[in-house]
Write a protein that binds this ligand. Structure first.
Ligand code: ZN
Length: 838
């Protein structure tokens, strides 16, 4: 959500105004704030591992209180975590969290960067983390961020040792320390130097000591402190309040927090570089005096600040335009300084705000395909009372290789105050326009946009204006706008999609025997008119019929469902089905579409290659009707339906009053005991159902580990007999699984399980395992992570009356949607426990 001008494209880290959201209408106080910020020339980089690691009180204080250019480098995008607002995992979740970070940054005023490191889930050691990430590649990314951003001071959230807890956390601090030195050494990552970056030595690197509880260890003597609870009269709020608002954007993690008001100190321990006695920035010149040749500019900016009057902001416009000329007159070496470039962009935005300008460019559709003809409507509205002239409007295309002009209109006419000037552009989307798949998910632009949160918007409008003899520019992304009856005016980022999109209705097709199954694909026209054919590609031994499917659409957005009949081989087999599409240009790999639509972030569109995972294995099940109590959200009901179960989602009402005996088993989805308050009383009815011969399977629930009522659970007593939910997990998905009760029906009926059923699991074995269980429970498996003690709490079963109760931390919510055979076979056995006779 950042824009950048043509000349700055070579340096992807110089960014300013929002890309995908509406432009921010600045009030006089916000403009005053940005005039203050223009007086300060300094920067700070905060480094940690995940979305939510960052200390938003520190970021808000440094960015909006100390007026420093501030950025957060999150090594990962957080795709390995759990999702509290929807069912997306992995890439989808990483895309949501990227946007949540950007939403947070819009509040605390910092910028956002990433490395290529992937969040692969909980890691117990930094060694495991670094070997999984590829230490050199990620270190190179941190070094590149430092060399491009050139921070005066670097802060880490974590210490470089086991106190950091999560292996990703420890690794983030270790990498920051190494990069602090390596960035200054031209012999390290010399390819970055040949590409035009210069070595950079930050002054110091400090650890932002954490104190999550009152009894945590006190900061070491000699630590520096920073007041993060100050009140800012211009903002009308304190940095602590801003911090809470910023942090509460992490909705997918359920990190809504309460505001902290009043004085609060953060402390910092030196990890590298020069020691300081009293301030994080001691010995760093944070004024324009550090920039050679900037004396005139500095005094002009000071004058503008002094001349500012909130009831007539445009009065400072002439001074700001002089300052823009002063920028242009700086020596080339000063202009090349990224900090100076960032200031120039800040000034551009201050000029727009002081002029009271609203510039907008809207497309008639949210998605376009290469070759489409399309109309864009531009509006320029001046509301500042200054005698402005609109010289030109230019529509530009942004591609990884650069920015090109597609249409320019020369206007040279006066802008009447508060009277919208509208122009429309009819243009053709270039045939070679790259698709809007995010660069970090294999889309084009990876090399140019590496480190940036998202791709720039594919189209933008450049308005050239003048006041007297001084010209200036305002650039805005082209967006799509619509009326949402509930939320009102909504803006969405524009995306470029292929002429036809092919999305499997199910990501995975599971075959429990050799019978054929129909699989469905949603086919959507991306272009205004699309016709051609689809071709299925299946692994050896599989058959898809028909092999080729023709399609014809008459308008963009038109949707059809196509069915193909898949026949698996006789023997167990797995692989991927892919689709080629020919829309008149020959066969190419098809892309599907995934939209992530949440009210707190801009609409996200992912365009993954069309792929369906195929798994053929021997699966027997007994009992068909399953009741499902959805917790925080998982895809297990769809997975069960795929293999022939009838799954009914149960409301609190249905749990309370309907006849449960109709179910062969009732499953409580992930985190049901975190999210369904009614279970405090309704669990009783479930236990009675078990006593009458039913089967209750409870999937993991989170024990926050933080002091508080029931550690985040609606009740801690979740089973018919006592046990505790621990924070134990087995994160190694290859960890050996031994059977404690080889004759138990869960391991034998109707599917006879062997060690092979634990092959091919993804990400982890289990989390929030049981501990301290009552003697009624029997543990079924024992497993452990490398170097740790044996853990028997991944799955426990109790007989209760005539039925059985199961609690399991095994990560079925990850395995079943991925089509992992053994996980299906084990789950089918759990659902059949009520019919098993041992
Ligand atoms: Zn973290």
């Amino acid at each position: 959500m950042r824009s950048r001008s043509l000349t700055l494209l070579a340096c992807p880290f110089v960014l300013a105004a929002p890309w995908a959201s509406a432009q921010v209408a600045k009030d006089a106080a916000a403009l005053l704030k940005s005039l203050d910020k223009l007086q300060t020339v300094g920067s700070v980089l905060y480094v940690a591992a995940h979305p939510d690691d960052e200390n938003t009180a520190v970021l808000a204080t440094l960015s909006k209180g100390r007026n420093l250019r501030t950025a957060y480098l999150a090594l990962t995008r957080g795709g390995g975590g759990q999702n509290l607002i929807g069912s997306e995992l992995d890439e989808g979740l990483a895309a949501i969290r990227t946007q949540e970070l950007l939403a947070a940054r819009r509040i605390d005023g910092a910028e956002q960067f990433f490395s290529r490191a992937v969040d692969f889930g909980f890691s117990k050691t930094a060694d495991e983390t670094l070997s999984f990430w590829g230490k050199d590649a990620v270190l190179g990314d941190v070094v590149r961020t430092i060399r491009t951003f050139r921070p005066d001071v670097i802060l880490t959230r974590f210490p470089p040792d086991a106190r950091a807890g999560h292996g990703h956390h420890t690794a983030s601090a270790m990498l920051a320390i190494e990069a602090f030195k390596a960035a200054a050494d031209p012999t390290r990552f010399p390819e970055q130097i040949s590409a035009g970056l210069r070595p950079w030595q930050a002054k110091r690197l400090l650890w932002n000591h954490f104190r999550f509880s009152e009894d945590a260890p006190k900061p070491a003597p000699g630590s520096l402190t920073l007041e993060v609870g100050a009140f800012d009269p211009i903002l009308g709020t304190s940095f602590g309040e801003l911090a809470a608002e910023s942090r509460s954007q992490h909705r997918s993690q359920g990190f809504g927090v309460l505001s902290q008001r009043g004085s609060r100190l953060e402390s910092f321990e030196l990890l590298a570089g020069e020691a300081a006695k009293s301030d994080l920035f001691e010995g760093v010149d944070l004024s324009w005096a550090r920039v050679p040749g900037a004396a005139t500019l500095a005094s002009r900016l000071k004058q503008a600040r002094a001349a500012f009057h909130p009831d007539r902001p445009s009065a400072v416009l002439p001074l700001l335009l002089e300052a823009q000329a002063d920028f242009a007159a700086l020596p080339a070496s000063s202009q090349a300084d990224p900090l100076v470039k960032a200031k120039a962009t800040e000034l551009q935005e201050a000029i727009r705000a002081a002029a009271g300008l609203w510039v907008e460019a809207l497309a008639e559709r949210q998605s376009l395909a290469p070759g489409d003809r399309l109309t864009f409507a531009a509006t320029v509205l001046a509301r500042g009372g200054a005698p402005l002239q609109l010289n030109a409007l230019t529509l530009e295309v942004v591609r990884p290789e650069g920015v090109t002009e597609v249409s320019k209109r020369t206007l040279q006419s006066a802008l009447e105050d508060n009277s919208p000037r509208k122009e429309t552009f009819a243009v053709e989307v270039p045939a070679d326009m790259p698709l809007s798949q995010p660069h970090w998910l294999g889309g084009t632009g990876e090399a140019v946009w590496a480190g940036l949160p998202e791709n720039p918007n594919p189209f933008r409008l450049r308005a050239t204006l003048a006041l007297g003899t001084r010209t200036f520019e305002v650039m805005v992304p082209v967006q799509y706008r619509f009326r949402d009856p509930v939320l009102g005016e909504r803006y969405q980022p524009l995306v470029v999609v292929p002429p036809v999109l092919v999305t499997p209705v199910e990501r995975v097709a599971v075959f429990g025997d050799a019978a054929s199954q129909d699989v469905r694909f949603k086919v959507v026209a991306g272009a205004a008119a699309a016709s051609g054919q689809l071709r299925f590609k299946v692994p050896v031994g599989w058959k898809a019929e028909p092999a080729v499917l023709p399609f014809q659409f008459s308008k963009a957005g038109e949707e059809k469902t196509f069915t193909a009949r898949l026949t698996p081989p006789l023997q167990p087999s797995s692989g991927n089905l892919q689709v080629d599409v020919d829309a008149g240009q020959g066969f190419v790999s098809a892309h599907g579409i995934q939209r992530l639509d949440y009210p707190h972030i801009p609409l996200q569109t992912l365009l993954p290659l069309t792929q369906m995972r195929l798994a053929r294995f021997e699966l027997h099940h007994n009992g068909r009707r399953i009741g499902y109590v959805m917790g925080a959200g998982d895809e297990i009901p769809q997975s069960l339906r795929r293999i022939g179960y009838e799954v009914e989602l149960l409301s609190d009402e249905a749990l309370a009053s309907s006849d449960l005996s109709r179910f062969d088993a009732i499953v409580l989805g992930i985190r049901a005991f975190n999210t369904r308050a009614a279970l405090v009383s309704l669990k009783q009815r479930l236990h009675e159902y078990v006593a009458q011969g039913g089967t209750e399977v409870v999937l993991y629930t989170v024990n926050t580990g933080f002091p508080g009522i029931n550690a985040g659970m609606v009740t801690e007593a979740i089973g018919p007999y006592p046990f505790k939910v621990s924070r134990n997990r087995v994160t190694d998905e290859h960890a050996e699984v031994r059977f404690l009760l080889p004759d138990h029906p869960a391991l034998n009926w109707p599917n006879k399980l062997t060690a092979a059923d634990f092959d091919g699991w993804v990400q982890e074995r289990g989390l929030y395992h049981a501990e301290g269980w009552d003697a009624h429970y029997k543990p079924v498996f024992v497993m452990h992570d490398p170097g740790e003690k044996a853990d028997e709490g991944s799955l426990i079963v109790a007989e209760h009356g005539k039925g059985r109760y199961v609690y399991t931390g095994l990560a079925f919510f990850r395995q079943l949607p991925e089509g992992v055979p053994g996980a299906y076979r084990l789950f089918a056995n759990l659902l059949a426990l009520g019919h098993a006779h041992d």
